[in-house]
Design a binder for this molecule. Structure first.
Ligand SMILES: [Zn+2]
Length: 405
């Protein structure tokens, strides 16, 4: 039995390492320690200070040359999608039990890539909500899941096959209520078209009016739920921002017709002022994605990211895992997109931990701080100088329990 495994018996767990990153940028403790009790972080600080507060019976695990940091947060995944070429038919035709098995497997892949919290932004029939509850009850090993249930979309709109079709005020309100009754943590609405649904509106096109989106946000806020809006087109982004959503997914700024980009300073400034987050949801193989766009368009994309950063739109990372060419295993690779466009490694770590937790409204994850759940990642080296270090995982704790085999 490893020291980590012994810690399940009610004793405190003392973790010491060359460095502890608390999450917020600059909060770095050299030769640091974290004390965990009953799944919760109780003390964080320099090794000596924390050691003095640990009970004599505490189980001690030392990680020389390693960094302790909050578990990472992937803000945009689809556990119900298997990434295959025919994922639409697969998700429609797979029986619930088999689909749930696949989702549990993919959730574990995310966990073992260092992701301790995921936001699932669209499943079929609320199966991600069901999986969330199984994980929370300890029936399944997996990351913390924030689940949307079936996304709201017009009849035969983007992802209609997930079961969230609605039009007109009454149906929109009922659909939000229905997802809330299923136990959704967030409401996802498809403000524009997308890519994977045959015979549905193109990506740039709006699917709902600003008034429709206001109805969705109003109903969700009555139920104390935030709204995440899928929006590729600039007009869809504008409508979602005016409606008061919490996050814009993709945020591609496509102009009408989809031929180019239409970056609107006024809309972007409103996002920055109101703290509306953008989750661009690029895959781990973002370099392949850029290559397929071609050099000219890839440059435009990089400029667009830099413009969003300059205006002050808060960015959160996601991968759209489950879609073709986006798997569940390489979150650290996906994060390198942000250093490519100009963020520093410590900004990216803050983005993938503390900022993401704030964006998702989670107040016990995303930081190594007393009172937070011990969702902890331990990696070799120093990820603030090289994000590759995030792939050198030594241990991943969920609620204080080690998960690596
Ligand atoms: Zn998505």
């Amino acid at each position: 039995m490893t020291p980590m495994e012994q810690a399940g018996d009610g004793r405190q767990l003392l973790i010491t390492a060359s460095q502890v990153l608390r999450g917020p940028r600059g909060e770095q403790i050299r030769d640091g320690a974290v004390l965990v009790e009953a799944g919760t972080i109780v003390v964080v600080g320099p090794r000596r200070t924390v050691e003095q507060q640990a009970q004599p019976t505490a189980v001690h695990s030392d990680y020389p040359g390693c960094t302790v940091l909050p578990g990472l947060i992937n803000c945009h995944v689809h556990l119900a999608f298997d990434g295959g070429p025919d994922l639409v038919s697969t998700v429609r035709e797979t029986p619930d039990d088999a689909l749930l098995d696949g989702m549990a497997k993919r959730a574990r892949q995310l966990l073992y890539s260092g992701v301790t919290t995921v936001r699932d932004l669209g499943d079929r029939d609320g199966l991600a909500i069901h999986l969330r509850d199984r994980v929370n009850r300890g029936k399944e090993i997996g990351p913390r899941i924030v689940a949307a249930g079936p996304p709201i979309t017009p009849p035969r709109g983007h992802c209609w096959f997930l079961g969230g079709e609605a039009e007109g005020e009454q149906q929109l309100r009922q659909r939000v209520q229905h997802n809330a009754d299923m136990g959704a943590d967030v409401i996802k609405v498809m403000a524009s078209g997308g890519q994977i649904t045959p015979n549905s509106p193109p990506m740039w096109q709006t699917q709902f009016t600003e008034n429709d989106l206001k109805i969705v946000v109003d109903q969700a806020s009555r139920l104390r739920l935030p709204v995440a809006a899928h929006a590729h087109g600039t007009h869809a982004i504008q409508a979602a921002v005016n409606a008061g959503v919490a996050t814009i997914e993709h945020c591609t700024w496509l102009q009408d017709g989809g031929g180019g980009y239409d970056t609107q300073d006024a809309v972007a400034r409103t996002m920055a002022e109101r703290g509306i987050y953008a989750c661009v949801a690029w895959p781990p193989d973002w370099q392949g994605f850029m290559a397929r766009l071609g050099a000219e368009r890839a440059d435009m994309v990089v400029n667009r990211f830099q413009w969003m950063a300059r205006v002050g739109i808060p960015l959160i990372p996601g991968t759209d895992a489950g879609l073709p060419r986006s798997g569940f295993t390489d979150f650290a690779e996906a994060l390198k997109l942000y250093t490519h466009v100009g963020y520093t490694a410590d900004q990216v770590i803050e983005m993938a931990t503390t900022t993401s937790a704030q964006a998702l409204g989670l107040n016990r994850v995303g930081q190594i701080t007393a009172g937070h759940s011990a969702d902890i990642l331990i990696v070799e080296g120093d990820p603030t100088t090289n994000l590759d270090s995030l792939s050198q995982r030594q241990e991943i704790l969920m609620r204080g329990i080690p998960t690596m085999k």
